[in-house]
Design a protein around this ligand. Structure first.
Ligand code: MG
Length: 388
């Protein structure tokens, strides 16, 4: 029996993680859960899974808190509570919170034998070198949940690290692939949230629509697999059947394929290095008529290019970029700026960023705060001038 703690259990990945756990009650027991503000769903999850500890990130009304206290022995709250929950003695920690809020709990959780099922990319983008070094020092294993990185993680086991020549990340292109900039200027929040192939939360849905998600994934891949940016390429693959590929020194390319369903990479991270029967619909080799691949359009979607540049520059720039993007996405979702403004804000924050320290988590969080403030100022200026 493996104890599992899920940070962000009420989000899209958290809910699907609990679905996988519920299907394998002989293998997993839920030790702890956390939520942002969706306390009603957390209560429901607690009735089903009976965790020992929960954490509520944001302030909640007295009545809901009382109901939670009657059900769960230990109820924590706020960022300190989240740190305590991440340090709870369990076999697997699922990090399914969105944004850089996951960074400190992730970093502080590392201990011998722990498997970190990592679904949060912002923390790796901002502080990948620190997080991976900490995992190595402390003897924890980071298993990616992001579908592309899970695919690479599965393929890369076929050879030694020195024999890897390229990582080929696939990108669905999101809801707006093929659109021109004048068309993109008019898209709505609702359209941006409608991903063609995957169920996902609002932040990652918008990131998929701008291709920032793929940019963050390039940086994430570089840290997770220790591969240089020049050896990571992105190919547009509308069908989302090939989840990513690894090319080896001899030219062989291995791909991990399957119908798009996040429960597969989630389950793999929970059962790694084993594979067990799972609920996902099977790939039918007689029905999928064609798989297409194409070059992404970084003219219309400049954030992919900017992410490569920030990743190559390194230091605090990826943290600044990711923070600026988080703010810009939030402002777009709130209807205060247009779709194209997201890239404009991130680009101008990166261009104006001073050299900032990145030698420890505290400095990374300072860079994050800088990126947030700068992006917020830009967004406020754009909102004043009127949404396009
Ligand atoms: Mg992904």
């Amino acid at each position: 029996m493996k104890g599992v703690v899920v940070l962000g259990s009420t989000g899209n990945i958290g809910v699907q993680t609990l679905d996988v756990i519920a299907r394998n009650p002989e293998r997993f027991v839920v030790s702890g859960l956390s939520c942002g503000a969706n306390i009603d769903l957390l209560l429901e999850q607690c009735r089903l899974f009976r965790p020992e500890v929960v954490c509520v990130a944001k302030g909640v009304a007295g009545e809901s808190l009382e109901a939670l206290r009657r059900l769960v022995p230990t109820v924590l709250s706020g960022p300190e509570g989240l740190l305590d929950l991440a340090r709870l003695d369990a076999s697997i920690l699922v990090v399914a919170i969105t944004g850089v809020a996951a960074l400190e709990p992730l970093y502080e959780s590392m201990r011998p034998g722990l498997v970190v099922a990592l679904a949060n990319k912002e923390s790796i983008v901002a502080a990948g070198a620190h997080v991976m070094a900490r995992a190595r020092e402390r003897g924890a294993t980071v298993v990616p949940v992001d579908s592309e990185h899970s695919a690479v993680f599965q393929c890369i086991r076929a050879a030694s690290p020195a024999e890897v020549s390229r990582i080929i990340l696939t990108a669905s292109g999101g809801p707006f692939a093929g659109r021109t900039r004048p068309e993109l200027a008019r898209v709505t929040v609702e359209e941006a949230l409608c991903h063609p192939n995957w169920r996902m939360g609002p932040k990652i849905a918008v990131d998929s629509a701008t291709l920032m998600n793929k940019g963050l994934e390039v940086i994430e891949a570089s840290h997770l697999f220790g591969v240089a940016y020049g050896s990571i390429v992105v190919t547009l693959h509308r069908e989302s059947i090939v989840h990513s590929m690894v090319e080896f020194a001899d030219g062989a390319v291995l791909a991990q394929m399957g119908l798009p369903d996040m429960r597969l990479p989630i389950q793999y991270a929970l059962t790694y290095p084993e594979r067990i029967p799972g609920p996902v619909r099977r790939y039918d080799p007689w029905r999928e008529r064609s798989l297409s691949f194409a070059m992404p359009d970084t003219g219309s979607f400049p954030l992919l290019r900017l992410a490569y540049e920030a990743g190559e520059a390194g230091g605090a720039l990826p943290a600044v970029m990711s923070a600026a993007n988080e703010v810009a996405v939030r402002e777009f979702l709130a209807g205060r700026i247009g779709f194209l403004d997201i890239a404009e804000i991130v680009e101008s924050v990166l261009a104006g960023a001073p050299v900032l320290g990145s030698s420890c988590i505290r400095e990374i969080l300072e860079a994050d705060a800088y990126g947030r403030a700068a992006a917020f100022a830009q967004a406020a200026r754009i909102a004043r001038e009127g949404v396009q």
